[in-house]
Ligand binder design. Structure first.
Ligand code: HEC
Length: 418
């Protein structure tokens, strides 16, 4: 698992969720002569791509098409569950080959396709109103030296499971964190649109979003004049990521062809990215953060014998339609603070492990201890909760709730009370 920027909260999370790495496809390298540069992109994904061709990835595709002396043809598909499976890896039913041969923007470290050398490295950024509460900040890091009075009432919007959420929590700014869903139900919404709306409405004072999105906020924000301050990676929280184009596994020649074009057009690409105001980093200014590896499985723990939720659930005789009491409801509410990292349903994210699995491994005392004092392992840093009465006063409820979820006794989400 590794930290994941907003773009692929809206991207890889969905892809990873839906697609365990499929077997490598066998591809005929010599393939038919190309008549067009076939690109797959999201039609409503500003500022990345748009069906009016105004996204910067559209502009890069045009450059590549010119270099190949081929017209660019698009297949539009929302950047959601199964994007690569439904685009780059999907064959046309009429037998004319794949829907497309190129996707312009994916993380360099990408599980679902072969990537070119990166053509840009951007970073998450803090977007604030020029004349808002954070007007005096010169650097995003100065957030950490605000005093209590300055922090009071301050709200910083972040997408669940994003490095911004992790960063705020690590630096004791959890009270300032306003969590947003990574993906809305509306495929026409651009990434981060709810954050921009709330920023403009003054409901939040800042947002930490992926660089191109931050730039888009600044360019298109109407109600308020906005600005962005780049976030700086630190050990354990990576904000900057390299971006590449993607081709199907096995198409090495095609990949090299695109690589060469990206390199020979590097200056023009740079100019496009700057035109869009995207915060860019060179490899030397970027974090040398290594991809983090998954924690080893904990040794088999002592099992607790008492079922902590037994007296708090009532079901129909067939075990269905379960309801929970106030005790477990409190646990569910407390769990709301864990979702931003451990996922809406507790099943884990790219930055934190599945609590449903953890609850099978950890005994009760270890759970209490880790929640109270925090825990640093190979995945990252779990913040301590000992100063948070909402959690500490409801630890029994929280544990029982998660245990019931882990044992599959109750479903995710709100459950009726009895
Ligand atoms: C800011 C992100 C974040 C939040 C919020 C968070 N956690 Fe975690 N948690 C983590 C990370 C990261 C790990 C993995 C640590 C590792 O193994 O590297 C973790 C691990 C854990 C573990 C496993 C510890 C172990 O021994 O392996 C438990 C249990 C846990 N969290 C419970 C909770 C609970 C309960 C809450 C809500 C009160 C919560 N966490 C909120 C980030 C978070």
């Amino acid at each position: 698992m590794k930290p994941t920027p907003l773009l692929w909260s809206l991207f890889s999370l969905l892809l990873y969720a839906g697609l365990a790495a499929a077997p490598v496809l066998a591809v005929d390298e010599t393939g038919p002569q190309r008549k067009a540069l076939k690109v797959c992109a999201d039609p409503h994904y500003q500022p990345f791509s748009s069906n009016d061709l105004s996204g910067y990835e559209n502009r890069i595709a045009t450059l590549i098409g010119k270099a190949l002396n081929l017209p660019v043809e698009y297949t539009w598909f929302p950047q959601r569950m199964g994007f690569i499976r439904n685009t780059l890896r999907k064959e046309n039913p009429d037998g004319s080959g794949y829907l497309c041969d190129l996707v312009i923007g994916v993380p360099k470290e990408f599980e679902l396709a072969t990537t070119t050398a990166p053509y840009m490295r951007s970073t998450y950024a803090l977007v604030t109103a020029v004349d808002g509460k954070l007007a005096s900040l010169q650097q995003a890091g100065e957030l950490l030296s605000l005093n209590d009075a300055q922090k009071a009432g301050l709200k910083i919007g972040v997408t669940e499971r994003s490095p911004g959420a992790l960063w705020l929590a690590r630096h004791n700014l959890f009270a300032q964190l306003a969590p947003y869903r990574a993906q809305s139900g509306d495929p026409e919404e651009f990434p981060g649109q709810p954050l921009l709306n709330d920023l403009e409405a003054g409901k939040i004072d800042a947002a930490i979003v992926w660089g191109p999105t931050a730039a888009y906020f600044v360019r298109t924000g109407q109600a308020k004049k906005l600005r962005l301050l780049p976030m700086v990676s630190e050990p354990g929280v990576q904000f900057d990521f390299a971006i590449s184009a993607a081709v199907r596994f096995g198409e090495d020649e095609w990949q090299q062809q695109i690589d060469t074009i990206l390199q020979t057009n590097a200056t023009q690409i740079q100019a496009i990215l700057q035109e869009y105001g995207i915060p860019l980093m060179t490899e030397t200014t970027a974090a040398s953060a290594q991809p983090q590896t998954q924690a080893e499985t904990a040794p088999e723990p002592e099992k607790t014998t008492v079922t902590p939720y037994a007296d708090h659930i009532q079901c129909d005789p067939d075990g269905k339609n379960c309801k929970i009491d106030l005790f477990l409801t409190k646990g569910f509410r407390a769990f709301g603070q864990c979702q931003v990292c451990h996922g809406i349903d507790g099943s884990g994210s790219t930055i934190a492990p599945s609590l449903l699995e953890k609850l099978k491994e950890l005994d009760k005392d270890t759970f209490y201890n880790r929640v109270e004092n925090g825990y640093q392992g190979q995945i990252g840093v779990m913040p301590p909760w000992k100063d948070n009465p909402n959690i500490m006063n409801n630890l029994d409820s929280l544990y029982a709730y998660l245990k019931a979820r882990s044992d599959g006794v109750i479903p995710a989400g709100t459950i009726e009370r009895y």
